[in-house]
Design a protein around this ligand. Structure first.
Ligand code: MLT
Length: 411
């Protein structure tokens, strides 16, 4: 009889966003008339930028003609997209990233979930708490997390870097040596960002300890304030210690289209069992070519069009739209006497639940009395208990209605 990977049994419940969808569906079934507004999962609502849509239509036409038809593309992505990314997202901003260091994929969720498999089974992993659950769950599946401790609600072998109100939701450096550090900035779920000096401390730590930083920068385009680093490679020495993940999902309405990329600099090395240096990009390339057959040509043409002047202007308008929602939510919460952070350089607002409500009790209250779905903070880790996340990715109309509904709630 085939046996399962035993580590799957160590996973806690269902994946956070599936659980939320399940609860929402159950409520909707009981109350079919309820007009539910979703500010839960960070799924975008604005249509595709026209520049991307036009490029995709043209690409489909190419595929319908014998002379321009294409089958498999390069697993790492077409040169036209890798070059556009390296140039516009990095070189034009004075950052050294080369096209061959860019690996195009079908999403940052997949990349941040898959990246751990190129590292050793006994690598010590550090995550922020609260944290995007994929980092933890993918390491649990790989058998790296150890047993789940029901008292602390944490895995024994994972090093948790607590982000609390007391430290401004910015974690301290690990108290012990760790091998892999997942950082996400602008942060999901708290919406907090780091300054260049704060990020430099992490790069310095990684250099001193031989660690690798897995830097999830999926929300980079939402940074509005000066002085906030857009890429970890703005920090000197980061090319030797960091992998960066970026996505077109949230900026260009690509959550359904699917396209993202990961930068693995050639300067980044890790040790093999004999103590020799291995270029990490070669391993990621090996994994990518073995398990992935590339993002569709049509999608990559759409993504490349986002770097044209029209594409850039359309993306800027999308980001403005969502960030205006973020401001409405922040102001609405403040007016309702609810403490919150985020929503300034990130599309998420992280709020403190009113006294007497834990994260799931607040979820239920919001769903039952205001017909709003959000994300319970505790779903992102134990340090998220007593917090709640609202997303700015709704339509303007729904965001305004949600704020009005929250204003009417009694605690
Ligand atoms: C979120 O809501 O945290 C994100 O939508 C999750 C994701 O991008 O996979």
């Amino acid at each position: 009889m085939a046996r399962i990977n035993p580590h799957y049994k160590e996973l806690r419940g269902s994946y956070l966003f599936s659980e939320i969808a399940r609860r929402r569906a159950a409520f909707q079934k009981e109350h079919p008339e309820a007009d539910i507004i979703s500010l839960g999962i960070g799924d975008v609502t604005r249509p595709l930028p026209e520049a991307a849509a036009a490029a995709m239509r043209a690409a489909v036409d190419e595929l319908t003609r014998e002379e321009t038809f294409r089958g498999y593309g390069p697993e790492q992505g077409y040169d036209f997209l890798r070059e556009a990314i390296a140039r516009h997202d990095y070189r034009d901003r004075g950052i050294d990233v080369r096209p061959e260091e860019v690996f195009v994929s079908d999403g940052s969720k997949c990349d941040v979930g898959n990246i751990q498999e190129i590292f050793s089974q006994d690598a010590v992993v550090a995550v922020q708490d609260p944290v995007y659950p994929v980092y933890v769950d993918s390491n649990v599946m790989a058998g790296r997390a150890g047993a789940y401790d029901r008292e602390t609600n944490r895995y024994r072998n994972i090093v948790y870097l607590t982000c609390s109100r007391e430290n401004g939701f910015k974690p301290s450096l690990p108290g012990r040596k760790v091998d892999l550090i997942y950082l996400c900035y602008p942060n999901n779920p708290t919406g907090v960002t780091l300054t260049r000096d704060e990020l430099k401390r992490w790069v310095d730590y990684a250099k001193e300890n031989g660690s690798i930083i897995l830097y999830d920068s999926a929300y980079e385009a939402f940074i509005r304030e000066d002085g906030v680093p857009h890429s970890i490679y703005e920090i000197e020495g980061a090319r030797e210690v960091a992998i960066e993940f970026r996505s077109f999902s949230k900026t260009a309405g690509f959550t359904g289209v699917r396209c993202a990329y990961t930068v693995v600099p050639r300067d980044l090395k890790a040790k093999d069992d004999e103590g020799g240096d291995v270029v990490v990009a070669d391993l990621w390339n090996r994994r990518h070519t073995t398990k992935f057959n590339g993002v569709s040509y049509v999608t990559q043409r759409g993504a490349a069009a986002l770097y044209t002047p029209e594409g850039k202007a359309q993306i800027a308008a999308l980001v403005d739209y969502y960030m205006a929602n973020a401001q409405l939510i922040r102001e609405g919460l403040r007016a309702a006497g609810i403490e919150a952070c985020g929503g300034v350089n990130a599309p998420y607002i992280w709020l403190k639940t009113p006294d007497g409500y834990d994260s799931w009790a607040f979820f239920d209250k919001l769903l039952r009395e205001a017909h709003i779905v959000g994300t319970p903070g505790v779903g992102f880790g134990q340090a998220g208990e007593g917090y709640f996340r609202l997303s700015a990715f709704g339509s303007r109309e729904n965001t305004e209605r949600a704020v009005e509904r929250i204003a009417k709630l009694k605690w």
